[in-house]
Write a protein that binds this ligand. Structure first.
Ligand code: NI
Length: 176
């Protein structure tokens, strides 16, 4: 079921979400299905449970290049629960980000270029990966939602934060 995505200003986006304690349950499966339906409907690169008002540490992400991220590399379709991120480098790199909870805007956000992450899938199987580039960026963006952090809070150079259609007048980018 496609769910309503909360928009910035809603206090539910600012909570530190609770860990999932039971895996392989119908409730968890239903949550993940709703998240997938919602992400696909809005052609997002990722979605976090708090964005649909669910206070749990669950994110999904994945997909290839899209209208929103035409230069994106392919990121494996992933359900990641109770994630833990560890940077592997000090180095950060800026890149444009948008968010389904911040429609119509884009901002230039510094992120670690390489990180290690762990978490669990819906059945409770451990996931452990090293991510770089766009994959690393998406994981950081989505996991930030679990700590109540929206990407505008990470923007340092506000001359590179604005409306998508003003920043990129010639681009065929989604209006969100
Ligand atoms: Ni987001």
């Amino acid at each position: 079921m496609i769910r309503e995505v909360l928009r910035m200003g809603d206090g539910r986006l600012l909570r530190r979400a609770q860990p999932v304690e039971a895996f392989g349950t119908p409730a968890l499966a239903a949550l993940i299905e709703d998240m997938r339906d919602t992400m696909r409907h809005l052609t997002g690169a990722g979605l976090a449970a708090p964005q649909i008002g669910v206070d749990l540490r669950v994110v999904i992400f994945g997909g290839g290049p899209s209208p929103r991220y035409p230069d994106a590399s392919v990121v494996p379709d992933t359900v990641l629960i109770n994630p833990v991120l560890t940077p592997l480098v000090d180095e950060e790199e800026g890149g444009w980000e948008g968010c389904l909870s911040v429609p119509g805007l884009r901002g230039w956000v510094p992120r670690w270029t390489q990180l290690h992450y762990t978490g669990f899938d819906a059945s409770g199987v451990l996931i452990e990966r090293v991510a770089t580039g766009f994959h690393a960026r998406v994981v950081q963006h989505e996991c930030d939602h679990l700590d109540g952090v929206l990407y505008p809070m990470r923007v340092r150079d506000f001359s590179r934060f604005g409306y998508t259609d003003v920043l990129f007048p010639d681009a065929q980018v989604a209006d969100d």
